[in-house]
Design a protein around this ligand. Sequence first.
Ligand code: AKG
Ligand code: FE2
Length: 190
Amino acid sequence: MGALTPVEGAGGILEFPDALTDTQALLDLAREPDGWQPTANASVTDKHANMRTLEMTLPALAPYRALVEGRLLDAANTRWGLALREHLPQAHLVRYEPGQMYPPHFDHLGTPERFFTVIGYLNDDYQGGATVFPDLDLRIEPRAGKVAVFPSHYCHYPADVTSGTKYVAVTFLLGRRPGPRVFRLPTPRP
Ligand SMILES: O=C(O)CCC(=O)C(=O)O
Ligand SMILES: [Fe+2]
């Protein structure tokens, strides 16, 4: 699984520099021309990045899944004092070409809730494409094999790719918040 010690940046964002060394099968899939759709919010623009949703059970995703289940859940739990056990059963392959964009957004939607976003950078033979956190003054520079884990409610966006094609594999660590506590009022004495 490569180097599994995270580097921690602003806001507790974790970067695992060489966590994904075995990405060839995933990159081969990412370079297939078919099966791509516009990402969410595509109505905003026709120049939106493209994505493909893949089941985590796919053999090409085995190293990524092993990393999520064998290391990333534990790393997020340790850093944040949580006991998460679940991840989204899919990964989103996202593809960015020059001229395409993906606006600033949050990822913390869904049931169970998305607590952490996991971004695996599959390649780095392109210019631009850093993941930017405008509220934190932090950018994650893409490097092939790097994996970043950050709280899904942090606003973020990918900087424009200016040449080449960027591919990432994105999934989420899921959790459930306790419901509101109900207090029983004492029965008034007669
Ligand atoms: O590609 C990136 O740097 C960010 C991707 C992202 O924010 C997402 O897929 O939700
Ligand atoms: Fe995102």
